[in-house]
Design a protein. Structure first.
Lengths: 354, 848
């Protein structure tokens, strides 16, 4: 084969290569085609065998031709690949997703509304330096009544119809009068004061039990007890605490009022009312406050000296304030929950709302 | 306590026109909460007092009378047809429903309007009313004919032309009742006198005395020939139980209905009028707050009254016709033969006053609260009397109550009161002297109160005040015996702030005191919080169930009889059998809630609860109350657009793993899951114990079993009516060490290299076992190469690809060196040593 023939063939190969890769759409096919020309056994390599027959003076010319064809093919591949890549990107950007289909997620569970309210109120009092204290749900008559100035036979015991613990099985000897399901969280006051010297600044949220069952009373419910004992603790401080609580919890500037009341373990004792969060003014048809403008939220007062006597505190040196409030009631008032039973049914249609 | 407005008005010197609502507001603000205001006699209207000015027979009906009435002096005459046979002669006063009046009607036909209509040819202008037509009583034997005895003060006066309201109010037909919530420490508020005293103090006015409550029995009612002391003797055996016993004798009382005004007031109090004798004792009790009892003197053997404790086995038939077996603790009133009344609780049947009674022995006594309470509770006999005595009646009110009742009995029953009163007063109630520092009142309330103000306010409550001659801060108060609740300075401070107005207390924030010191460090148990966070993130919703449950539900858990959880703490007085015992595990009540949701068509359920369970210790000792977490899941796991397939064991285990990781952080690897086929409420083939392995870093003495995770046993869930598989767990939070701060581990700077092991092994070899074999084979790896992670990637049992009895498992091992990059060659060598070590431990296993 003459030098010119060889050069001519190489040029023809270049043209054939162009035509061959033009319709290809995958990188793999293009690379395979490239290998059929430039690979060890490719067509260009086959033609290289004829180099030996080319006379010396023509070798340089033919060699350049070989280099050129290699360059042409390499460039054509790069250009083709670039176009292919651009087309792919273009096609990708032409993709359309139905964004109105639902998203994919692991649905989160819901915290019980009572736990939420509990946490929120604990946090509000924590801001004022109150710590959380706890006690058992089954407690002694001493902690639940005696030390709270309600000795056996005291008519105030009728205020809470209490559950008593029965004798052990096989010993049906009636109630063990000494153990009760605590009817209030107040025994935690006693336990705390017996375990530490003043000052005391605690809240004690917890479950309590009373023999009561209607839309606003559940035989089990949740109370939050508060106790502050120090050298100068005043009834006005109690009011300040409730103003703080009500305004933080409802996010509104609502007023608080006291009414005299009686609980054996406080003196003076008060009933705490908050301004109705719904109508604020006592609209006659308000279903929350029934037109009074006020909602009862807590029983409270100044710790009775007799209680201090039971725990060994000096009632001349120290004064204290205490309160107890039902968290269900607070939650019902804020969230418009109409029946206390919803809290304890585990109905997901209720639980998922909060 | 119900308070009748007209009654109260008699006892307070009200200058202005105070309305019942004003009074209610004042009482409520002072702590006597008026819970309801009821109108009496307002369910009819258009009914007026009218005077009969003429009457004649109906021309066409014998039984009807034509009556001419006027309702204004010299007013227009109206002709009314009346069917009653007691139409008074001209001049008599009746209650006339004018045309257009509305009457309450009866339960069947309800309220109706009176129209002008013809009766046997004569037009009747309205109707003359009987008691039952107005809802004032049961009497329908005739029309109401008013008489002087119908009003408390014995003179009807000029009722014509007063107007409907004023006339009916004067008759006591129209009235208002205040329902007042009273407190256990204020027995003085259980009578009109006490409430009147409060109201007067609040308004700063005086109290007045009822005309029925004379200082002396009026002379015209006394029988000088009779002497109480010669007719009755009283002996108190138990001065503790009975501080005082007074007796009077009223002779010749005719038992008859009491007058209309008294009946009206008693009805307003919620008491049914019975006879003058019963009504008077009730009336005086509602007036003074001191219960009374009337005996038929003739049935009191020997005219002797002894107050003593009952003897075992003694019996008494009480007024309600029930024979009571008495116990030695019960205080009884005895006559010469035996018990005739349960002191302060209820009288006896045999000595009851009846129509044949000629002579009444009137008891006005004082009984100690605890004894009355004990007896009343034991016999479940809660009476108006026991309610008062349980709270403590003032012993010094007995004579006034006795005098008032005797006066009324004689007056209304036409009898005479024997001279004198037998008064055994063996334990005197004495006024209590208490000192008050105005500065202390100011400190406790946060309001500046000086001595004069304190004294002025206390004085209104009939508390005698004396200023200390030396200390200008101090008052000495003498508290009347009807206020037995006032014995300490703080009690007086409460009265001061109550009358001053507790609503005037400002809002302040507590100020730190001089003694403020840092408290002991207190750490809050974070476990409940972390638990909730992990479980909510896993898609479970928090629930709360009751602390009690039923024995049936406990039984559904199939515990062995010697298991503590099979013997729950029982309640003595549960409300229902569903709430009869304290829960020993959280799962039963949660399963109950799952069933509740299923019944409403919710099939994908994932609930958890964090709460206490109660495990009995010794009888009479406090039970243990460990805090548990439990969850129940059933239905399908969430997917995208449709569900992600039915839940299985690994969903519940995954939740536990996440919880453990939240609670323990890097220490989570200390938790092991071992198959446990012996958990009675779990499927024997799908349950793992959750074991916390002991190590040196905390005080755990040995391994702790925190609880179990698994498929709920079909027999257990079926007991709750659940017919789809449920998965769940219950763990005690105390089974995990309290979370501490997590220490940072250096972030690796050199890359890791992973290698896989793919083998066929015997199907019965667990992943946990293989994992531990790989871990022990890894000890052959040089120390400077760490085996960072061993994880299973595949567990497949396709019979086409796996030899019989075998399963295919793919494991991956991650290698890393802390200080350098590992080479392929050294990792290959390390991996080969693990793989061959593993196979050497597994006869029959083969590489895949």
């Amino acid at each position: 084969m003459s030098a010119d023939d060889l050069i001519q063939q190489l040029e023809r190969l270049g043209q054939e290569f162009d035509a061959e890769i033009e319709p290809l759409t995958s990188e793999q096919d293009i690379r395979n085609t490239q290998a059929r020309y430039l690979g060890k056994k490719g067509q260009v390599s086959q033609l290289m065998k004829h180099m030996r027959q080319i006379p010396g003076p023509d070798k340089k010319r033919v060699g350049e031709s070989f280099n050129q064809i290699k360059r042409v093919i390499t460039d054509a591949v790069a250009a083709r690949l670039l176009r292919l890549d651009e087309a792919e990107k273009e096609a990708d950007l032409a993709r359309v997703v139905d964004v109105t289909l639902p998203g994919r997620s692991v649905p989160s569970g819901h915290m019980h509304i009572l736990t939420q309210v509990w946490n929120e109120i604990v946090e509000i009092f924590a801001e004022l330096g109150f710590e959380v204290a706890e006690g058992p749900q089954i407690d002694t008559d001493f902690h639940c009544f005696e030390a709270l100035a309600m000795p056996k036979g005291h008519p105030a015991r009728d205020m809470q119809d209490t559950f008593y613990i029965a004798g052990a099985p096989g010993r049906p000897d009636g109630a063990i009068e000494d153990l009760v399901l605590r009817p209030h969280t107040s025994p935690v006051q006693i336990r705390t004061m017996k375990s530490q010297a003043p000052p005391v600044k605690i809240i004690a949220p917890g479950v309590v039990y009373r023999r009561d069952d209607d839309p606003t009373h559940s035989p089990m419910f949740t109370q939050l007890e508060g106790l502050l004992v120090d050298e100068v603790v005043r009834l006005s401080d109690l009011k300040g605490l409730f103003l703080h609580l009500v305004q933080r919890f409802y996010g509104k500037s609502l007023d608080v009022r006291f009414r005299p009341s009686y609980f054996p373990f406080v003196e003076p004792g008060v009933e705490v009312d908050m301004q109705c969060a719904f109508c604020t003014t006592g609209e006659p048809d308000c279903r929350m406050c029934k037109g009074t403008g006020w909602l009862e939220i807590s029983g409270a007062g100044m710790v009775d000296p007799e209680v201090f006597g039971h725990v060994g505190y000096d009632s001349e040196k120290y004064t204290g304030l205490a309160w107890g409030m039902g968290l269900e009631r607070i939650a019902m008032l804020r969230h418009g929950i109409t029946d206390i039973k919803y809290f304890y049914e585990g109905d997901l249609r209720f639980l998922r709302q909060f | 306590m119900r308070i009748v407005w007209s009654w109260l008005r008699e006892l307070v010197a009200l200058e202005n026109q105070l309305t019942p609502r004003d009074a209610a507001e004042a009482l409520t603000a002072a702590g006597l909460e008026v819970e309801a205001i009821e109108d009496v006699g307002r369910d009819f209207s258009g009914v007026v007092v009218a005077q009969v000015v003429g009457k004649r027979k109906h021309p066409d009906a014998d039984r009807l009378t034509l009556v001419d009435v006027i309702d204004q002096p010299d007013g227009e005459k109206f002709e009314v047809v009346c069917g009653a046979n007691n139409v008074p002669d001209p001049g008599g006063l009746v209650l006339w429903a004018r045309p257009g009046a509305r009457l309450p009607g009866d339960a069947e036909r309800g309220p109706f309007e009176i129209a002008t209509r013809k009766l046997k040819g004569v037009t009747s202008h309205g109707m003359i009313c009987s008691e039952d037509e107005l809802g004032l009583g049961d009497d329908h034997s005739g029309i109401i004919v008013l008489s002087d005895s119908d009003v408390p003060h014995g003179a009807l006066g000029d009722l014509l032309g007063l107007g409907e309201d004023a006339a009916l109010e004067r008759l006591g037909v129209r009235d208002t009742v205040l329902e007042i919530g009273t407190y256990a420490n204020r027995p003085d508020t259980l009578g009109h006198v006490g409430i009147a005293r409060e109201l007067a103090a609040l308004l700063g006015v005086a109290t007045t005395t009822s005309p029925f409550d004379p200082a002396e029995i009026p002379a015209d009612l006394l029988d000088d020939g009779l002497d109480a002391a010669s007719l009755v003797t009283v002996a108190i055996d138990d001065p503790q139980g009975c501080p005082r016993y007074t007796a009077r004798v009223i002779d010749g009382v005719t038992i008859a209905p009491s007058p209309r005004w008294m009946q009206q007031r008693l009805r307003a109090m919620g008491a049914r009028p019975i006879s003058n004798q019963v009504d008077v004792t009730n009336y005086v009790m509602f007036h003074h707050g001191n219960p009374l009892h009337a005996f038929d003197h003739g049935k009191v053997a020997d005219g002797h009254i002894a107050v003593r404790r009952a003897r075992a086995g003694e019996r008494l038939t009480t007024l309600d016709d029930v024979e009571r077996v008495l116990e030695p603790g019960d205080l009884v009133i005895c006559d010469g033969k035996g018990p005739v009344a349960l002191a302060g609780v209820m009288g006896g049947k045999d000595s009851e006053v009846s129509e044949g009674t000629g002579r009444i022995l009137l008891e006005t006594a004082n009984f100690e609260p605890k004894g009355v309470r004990r007896t009343a509770r034991r016999l479940k006999l809660h009476s108006e009397a026991s309610h008062r005595f349980e709270r403590g009646v003032d012993a010094n009110v007995a004579l006034a109550a006795s005098r008032m009742a005797a006066t009324l009995l004689a007056r209304l029953g036409g009898g005479r009161v024997a001279r004198g009163v037998v008064d055994a007063y063996v334990r005197r109630a004495e006024p209590c002297k208490v000192s008050l520092r105005a500065s202390r009142a100011s400190l406790l309330t946060g309001i500046e109160l000086d001595r004069d103000r304190c004294g002025e306010l206390l004085g209104r409550l009939d508390i005698a005040i004396e200023k200390d001659s030396e200390n200008p801060d101090v008052l000495h108060a003498t508290c009347p015996t009807f206020r037995g609740d006032l014995t300490r300075e703080v009690d007086l401070i409460e009265e001061v702030i109550r009358l001053h107005g507790v609503h005037k207390v400002p809002g302040t924030l507590p100020s730190p005191s001089s003694s403020r010191t840092l408290g002991a460090p207190r750490t809050v148990d974070q476990r409940p919080h972390l638990t909730r966070r992990a479980l909510m993130a896993s898609g479970l919703s928090e629930s709360i169930t009751y602390g009690y449950t039923s024995s049936e539900r406990v039984a559904a858990m199939r515990f062995e009889s010697d298991d503590r959880r099979a013997r729950p703490v029982p309640l003595q007085n549960p409300m229902t059998i569903e709430q009869a015992v304290m829960r020993t595990t959280l799962l039963p009540n949660l399963l109950g809630q799952v069933a509740h949701n299923l019944s409403f068509g919710i099939t994908d359920i994932a609930l958890f609860e964090v709460g206490s369970v109660f495990l009995a210790t010794e009888p009479g000792q406090l039970p243990d109350e460990p805090r548990h977490v439990a969850a129940v899941m059933t239905g399908c796991r969430p997917g995208w657009l449709r569900d992600g397939g039915a839940l299985d064991f690994f969903d519940s285990k995954g939740v536990v793993e996440r919880l453990v990781s939240e609670l323990l952080g890097p220490r989570a690897s200390r938790v092991r899951y071992n198959a446990d086929s012996a958990v009675p409420f779990m499927h024997p083939g799908a349950c793992a114990e959750v074991r916390m392995v002991a190590d040196d870093s905390d005080s755990m003495a040995g391994d702790r079993i925190a609880g179990h995770v698994g498929e709920i046993h079909p027999a257990t869930r079926e007991a709750f009516g659940i017919d789809q598989p449920c998965f769940g767990f219950e763990l005690t939070l105390d089974g995990f060490p309290a979370p501490g701060p997590v220490a940072m581990v250096p972030v690796p700077r050199h890359p890791a290299i992973t290698r896989d092991i793919s083998i066929f092994v015997d199907q019965t070899i667990t992943a946990g076992h293989l994992r531990s074999l790989i871990a022990s084979a890894a000890s052959s790896v040089p120390d400077d190469i760490s085996v960072e992670r061993i994880a299973v990637l595949e567990d497949y049992r396709d019979p086409e690809k796996v030899p019989e009895g075998m399963k295919g498992m793919l494991w991956t091992i991650t290698y890393r060196a802390d200080q350098r990059n590992l080479t392929d060659a050294e990792v290959n060598q390390a991996h080969e040593s693990i793989e061959s070590g593993l196979l050497a431990d597994l006869p029959g296993a083969e590489r895949r």
